[in-house]
Write a protein that binds this ligand. Structure first.
Ligand SMILES: Cc1cc2nc3c(=O)[nH]c(=O)nc-3n(C[C@H](O)[C@H](O)[C@H](O)COP(=O)(O)O)c2cc1C
Length: 178
């Protein structure tokens, strides 16, 4: 499936330290809900204790930290977010850390777990709130994706590819052929 997002899932470890992991297998589920395919990770254990988490969108500027949290586990490196220089603050809406290095963050709560087994499960989660750094807002006050330089995951060559410029207007440009 292309393009795949580079999502950074933020949870708290049992001792209250923040953890983060990289997830590309995720997307929209319903209007206010997302889905993520979760393997068996430190994050999964954190989510089993508390269904709250954050989802940040990785960028060119945060690429190295985003990849690091995808190749190192909090099970072996409990201070992985500190090692990635990801400062954490507490979310005001859910019991999970927010990493301000990322321009935009969804504050989420698990609604349902599908196909739960020892190897993980599919998360269906409600988006409780959306945070966006003011520097990345458009003139209409909504998030401006073009300003963020978001990265996507390329599973063909294991690459990260930056999202480029706006190419057109959805629900509109096709009108030319009507
Ligand atoms: C590009 C990339 C995408 C990934 N996508 C997922 C994913 O969608 N689901 C998943 O369970 N793990 C995914 N992983 C693996 C986890 O991020 C990785 O196992 C991480 O170390 C787990 O961290 P934790 O044990 O601290 O929770 C991905 C890793 C990378 C580098």
């Amino acid at each position: 499936m292309l393009p795949q997002p580079v999502l950074i899932i933020g949870t708290y470890n049992e001792d209250g330290t923040p953890n983060a992991m990289n997830a590309a297998w995720g997307g929209q589920w319903d209007y206010h809900e997302i889905m993520i395919s979760m393997g068996n990770h430190a994050t999964t254990h954190n989510l089993n204790r508390c269904g709250d988490f954050t989802v940040a969108f990785a960028t060119e500027d945060t690429l190295v930290a985003a990849d690091f949290v995808g190749i190192v586990s909090g099970r072996n490196v409990p201070d992985k977010t500190a090692r990635a220089s990801l400062k954490a603050v507490a979310s005001k809406h859910v019991n999970a850390p927010v990493f301000p290095a990322f321009p935009m963050t969804l504050e989420c709560r698990i609604k349902q777990k599908l196909d739960e087994s020892e190897t993980g499960y599919y998360i269906i989660a409600e988006i409780v709130n959306i945070l966006c750094d003011e520097a990345f807002l458009a003139e209409d006050g909504k998030p401006d994706v073009e300003k963020m330089h978001l990265i996507t995951f390329d599973p063909v060559h294991n690459g990260y590819i930056t999202l480029g410029h706006r190419a057109g207007n959805a629900f509109h440009d096709g009108q030319a052929l009507k």
